[in-house]
Design a protein around this ligand. Structure first.
Ligand SMILES: *Cc1c(COP(=O)(O)O)cnc(C)c1O
Length: 427
C-alpha cells in the first residue's frame, strides 16, 4: 500500500529515502495485525496537527509566562490543550508538556521527592514499568525503590492480583515518601482508593501512573484515580489514542511544583505541534463516541482472552478487565519461549511483544509470556468475531511454527483481514 497525500508527495520529491521508508512502515501497519497493547492508530486530524508549522516555535515556559517572544498563538494552543484535558478528567491542573510518559514520571518524582527518598512501586517482573525503579533506569539511581507484587497464581483465576496486604506491609516497614500505583503489563482494574488508604496510613504521597488505562479512564470503563492520587501521570498515545507524548494531572496545590519540575527542571522547549495534536485527541476523547470506543476495547479484550483460553493458553490473572491480555505460554507448549513466539508471529504478520509472566523462570530477554492489547484493532472497527479469528491465527502459527508454508498462508490471511478493516480510509 502507498500513501497518496500531497504532503507525502512533497516528501517523496525532497527526500525519497525517508519517503520510501515511511511508505514501507505504512504498508506494514496496514497489512499486519497491531496487537501491541501500548499502540494505537491516531485520527487523520491528530496526524494533521502533528505535522504543522508549530514545530518551528520555541516556547519555553508556560502560557502567559514564556521566555521567548511571538507566543501569542502558541499560548492559545497550549491553553486549549490544558483546558480540554482538565475537562476530560475533571482535574484541577494539567501539564501537557511532557515529551513522553517517562518524562511525566520523572517530573512527578522530582516534584514530590528529594534524592535518596524511598518509593514503593510494583515489581518489574510482575508488571511494573522501567521508570518504577528498574536497575537500568535513572530513577533507581536517584531514588531508593522498594517493591510490592502480585498474589500467587491459583487455578480459579483469582490469583495474580495486586497483593494489597504486601503493599501495606511493605509500606509500614519501609515508610516510603511516595507510593506508585500503575503498571505496564497488568490486565485488571487498579483501585486507587485502596492505595490511597495505605498511603494515608503511612503518610506517603500517591502517584498513579495511568500510561496504559488513560483512555479507558477517559471513556468511563476504568475507575478514575483523579482526585484520589496526588498526581496522575500518563501517556497520550496508548488507549487515549493521541500523538506520542505524556501529560500530568494534579490538584492546584501541587501545580507549581509539577510545572517547575517539567520546565525548567527536566525539559527545555515544549513540542507545540505535539501539544496541538494532544489537544485534538483530547477533543476526540470528550465526544460520546469515545465512550463507545473504550467499552469496545474492553469487550474485545474479553472476547480475545476467552478465545485464547479455548486455544489452550493460560491467562495471567485469569483474564482481563482492561485492554491487556497477558498470556503464559507454558501450558500451551512448555518448550516455546516468549522470544521465539514473538519472532514467529512477526513472520505471520501478527505484531505483539514478549513479556515476563509473574516469577518467570526465563530471563526478561527470553520470557515465557506474550502481551497482547486491543486498542489498535478496535480502532480499525474489528469486533468480537475478529478477536476469535485472531486467537485462532495465533494458535495455528505457534503450533505450525516449524512449517514455513503454513506460516506464509497465515501471513496472507492476516493481510486479507487487515485490508477489510483499514484505519485510514484511502490515505
Ligand atoms: C508506557 C509506559 C510509560 C512510559 O511511556 P513512554 O512514553 O514510553 O516514555 C510509563 N509508565 C507506564 C506504566 C507505561 O506503561
Amino acid at each position: 500500500m502507498t500513501i497518496q497525500t500531497t504532503e507525502h508527495a512533497i516528501l517523496a520529491e525532497q527526500d525519497p529515502a525517508i519517503a520510501q521508508l515511511v511508505n514501507q512502515e505504512f504498508d506494514r501497519q496496514m497489512t499486519t495485525l497491531q496487537l501491541i497493547a501500548s499502540e494505537n492508530f491516531v485520527s487523520e486530524a491528530v496526524l494533521a496537527a502533528s505535522g504543522t508549522v508549530l514545530t518551528n516555535k520555541y516556547s519555553e515556559g508556560y502560557p502567559g509566562r514564556r521566555y521567548y517572544g511571538g507566543n501569542q498563538v502558541v499560548d492559545q494552543v497550549e491553553d486549549l490543550a490544558r483546558d480540554r484535558l482538565k475537562e476530560l478528567f475533571g482535574a484541577e491542573h494539567a501539564n501537557v508538556q511532557p515529551h513522553a510518559g517517562a518524562n511525566a514520571n520523572l517530573a512527578a518524582y522530582m516534584a514530590l521527592l528529594n534524592p535518596g527518598d524511598t518509593v514503593l512501586a510494583m515489581k518489574l517482573d510482575h508488571g511494573g514499568h522501567l521508570t518504577h525503579g528498574s536497575p537500568a533506569n535513572v530513577t533507581s539511581k536517584v531514588w531508593r525503590f522498594v517493591d510490592y507484587g502480585l498474589t500467587r497464581a491459583t487455578d480459579d483465576g483469582l490469583g495474580e492480583r495486586i497483593d494489597f496486604d504486601m503493599v501495606r506491609d511493605r509500606a509500614l516497614a519501609e515508610r516510603p515518601k511516595l507510593i506508585v500505583a500503575g503498571a505496564t503489563a497488568y490486565s485488571r482494574i487498579i483501585d486507587a482508593k485502596i492505595f490511597r488508604e495505605i498511603a494515608d496510613e503511612v503518610g506517603a504521597r500517591l502517584m498513579f501512573d495511568a500510561a496504559h488505562p488513560a483512555g479507558l479512564i477517559a471513556g468511563g470503563v476504568h475507575p478514575s484515580p483523579v482526585g484520589i492520587a496526588d498526581v496522575v501521570t500518563f501517556t497520550t498515545h496508548k488507549t487515549l489514542r493521541g500523538p506520542r507524548g505524556g501529560a500530568i494531572l494534579c490538584n492546584a496545590d501541587l501545580a507549581k511544583k509539577i510545572d517547575s519540575a517539567i520546565f525548567p527542571g527536566l525539559q527545555g522547549g515544549p513540542l507545540e505541534h505535539a501539544i496541538a495534536a494532544k489537544a485534538v485527541a483530547f477533543q476526540e476523547a470528550l465526544r460520546p463516541e469515545f465512550k463507545v470506543y473504550s467499552a469496545k476495547i474492553v469487550e474485545n479484550a474479553k472476547a480475545f482472552a476467552d478465545a485464547m483460553r479455548q486455544e489452550g493458553f493460560r491467562l495471567v490473572a485469569g483474564g482481563t478487565d482492561n485492554h491487556i491480555v497477558l498470556v503464559d505460554l507454558q501450558t500451551f507448549d512448555a518448550e516455546l519461549t516468549g522470544k521465539e513466539a514473538q519472532e514467529i508471529l512477526d513472520l505471520a504478520g501478527i505484531t505483539c511483544n514478549r513479556n515476563t509472566i509473574p516469577d518467570d523462570p526465563r530471563s526478561p530477554f527470553v520470557t515465557s509470556g506474550l502481551r497482547f492489547g486491543t486498542p489498535a484493532t478496535t480502532t480499525t472497527g474489528m469486533g468480537i468475531a475478529e478477536m476469535a479469528t485472531i486467537a485462532q491465527l495465533i494458535s495455528r502459527t505457534l503450533r505450525h511454527r516449524s512449517d514455513a508454508g503454513t506460516v506464509a498462508v497465515i501471513r496472507a490471511e492476516v493481510a486479507t483481514l487487515c485490508t477489510e478493516f483499514p484505519p485510514y480510509g484511502d490515505r
